[in-house]
Write a protein that binds this ligand. Structure first.
Ligand code: FMN
Length: 98
């Protein structure tokens, strides 16, 4: 699930914050990793499992039992160097002229 990563960071929000809050620092961490020559990948599938269980894991790491939103980012040394990014196709891009 974490691809044998040497480093995983878990970004959590409190029950009173905006759902997007963990995503902002996670994205900055990915940019910082890139600037250090590291690779990174967002992992969204773990938080729901931790959120609804993993009581001992949360106790061990000081993670609040009632965190609502969260996101894991894994980091590593890239095996391959890419010189071009994939061109993503969005479902729809709409622009308006004033
Ligand atoms: C919010 C979010 C959650 C993600 N969760 C997972 C995940 O749980 N497991 C996984 O293998 N990839 C996950 N991904 C996909 C990878 O982070 C990555 O975007 C995908 O592998 C495409 O990589 P690329 O942009 O280098 O092609 C997630 C992506 C986003 C944006």
């Amino acid at each position: 699930m974490l691809y044998d990563t040497p480093l995983a960071m878990y970004f959590l929000s409190s029950p009173y914050s905006d759902p997007i809050d963990p995503v902002i620092p996670a994205t900055y961490a990915m940019l910082a990793a890139e600037s250090l020559g590291l690779g990174s990948c967002m992992i969204g599938s773990i938080h729901p499992l931790i959120r609804h269980g993993a009581k001992k894991f949360k106790q061990h790491w000081g993670i609040p039992q009632k965190s609502v939103n969260g996101l894991v980012v894994i980091f590593g040394y890239p095996k391959y160097r890419f010189h071009k990014a994939l061109k993503r196709s969005f479902a729809q891009v709409v622009s308006y002229d004033n």
